[in-house]
Design a protein around this ligand. Structure first.
Ligand code: ASP
Length: 348
């Protein structure tokens, strides 16, 4: 090759390496972001009706900032979310992120159970590369649909270098939240996601990402949970406390062979007396019982008004009941020793 030609080839190789767009996979699971309805001014629609290719085609701007590839994991409203989809999603994310040429993942998901799926991945993904959950409160056929901007922002978060090592993130309505802290707080508003105990960790405005904080609880590469060989997950039920509570729900869970029960208690995880006795009996029969709270802010503390040592209960710390369920399901794949499980509730 002549020197001039060699220089040209060299420059071409350098520029394709330097200016190559990051590769982002969009894994679609369904939800309102993939929803379609008959009218732009009615709230009725079917979740998950739009395929991943159409979702990507609806936001051409994401192709300018990344090499986008799409995959359909499921097409469900997230109220239909189940263990099989969680396992499939986590395994696929791990497979993709293990590839050198994949830079990050965006998961499109319904908002109803996004917090649980995101936390499941926060604890089971074995990579520092960004994993970003995104959804919408208004379907694509609705007036002022929020999905396109949310998706554009999510891809921007996924390609941002500062997103690496922060665990799984949730991007909605210009905000970035940690999967551990985020929860759905309003049934219908676009400003539904909040992190009541810690606040959002950053913002993303027309694609401009700014972080304020770093999640400090263990996650992803520092998590001990490994679902790569799992085909199923242990059954964990949630019981919601109230005055004049009944023991029938505890008994039903135990009879259905639940391995764990999360009790969404009153205040600091307090229990109606007969429920407390029924749960103490369940512990003696080998069921793991975790006290969480039906209050959305704050922690359920060990040995508050409840003698956890005497009853063999675990305290959920600052995880809400639905997230405590995710951690207990994963914890039970490792041990059913209450002391070990309590440590996990302080660590994750
Ligand atoms: N029910 C829907 C879902 O979670 C709601 C939404 O996506 O906003 O799939």
């Amino acid at each position: 090759m002549k020197p001039f030609k060699q220089i040209l080839v060299f420059l071409f190789v350098c520029s394709s390496v330097l200016f190559a767009k990051p590769t982002i996979y969009i894994l679609a699971t369904g939800g309102t972001i993939a929803g379609a309805g008959d009218s732009e001014i009615k709230s009725s629609y079917s979740a998950g009706a739009v395929t991943v290719d159409k979702l990507i085609a609806a936001v051409p701007a994401i192709n300018e900032i990344a090499a986008i590839k799409g995959e359909q994991i499921s097409s469900i409203g997230s109220q239909e979310m189940n263990n099989q989809v969680w396992l499939k999603l986590s395994k696929r994310v791990n497979e993709l992120l293990a590839q050198k040429d994949v830079d990050g993942i965006v998961v499109t998901h319904g908002t109803d159970t996004m917090e649980e799926s995101a936390y499941f991945l926060h604890l089971t993904v074995k990579s520092k590369k960004p994993v970003v959950f995104v959804g919408a409160m208004r379907s694509g056929t609705s007036m002022s649909a929020d999905g396109p901007m949310n998706l554009y922002n999510a891809v921007n978060v996924a390609i941002n270098k500062e997103s690496a090592g922060k665990g799984v993130l949730v991007v909605m309505n210009d905000e970035i939240h940690s999967a551990r802290e985020v929860t759905k707080t309003l049934t219908t508003s676009v400003q539904t996601f909040a992190s009541p105990n810690s606040g959002k960790i950053g913002t993303v405005f027309y694609g401009n990402v700014e972080y304020f904080m770093q999640p400090l609880k263990a996650h992803t590469v520092n998590s001990e949970f490994d679902v790569s060989k799992l085909q199923s997950l242990p059954r964990v039920d949630i019981l919601f406390a109230h005055p004049e509570d009944s023991t029938v729900f505890v008994e039903a869970s135990v009879n259905a062979s639940a391995k764990g029960i999360i009790h969404a208690g009153m205040g600091n995880g307090n229990l109606f007396p007969s429920t407390q006795d029924a749960l103490a009996k369940a512990v003696k029969e080998g069921v793991v019982v975790v006290r969480s709270s039906r209050v959305t802010n704050g922690a359920t503390t060990l040995e508050g008004e409840v003698d956890d040592k005497a009853f063999g209960f675990i305290a959920a710390n600052s995880l809400n009941a639905q997230k405590a369920r995710v951690l207990l399901m994963l914890g039970l794949t490792k041990t059913n020793n209450p002391k070990e499980l309590q440590k996990m509730f302080l660590k994750y």
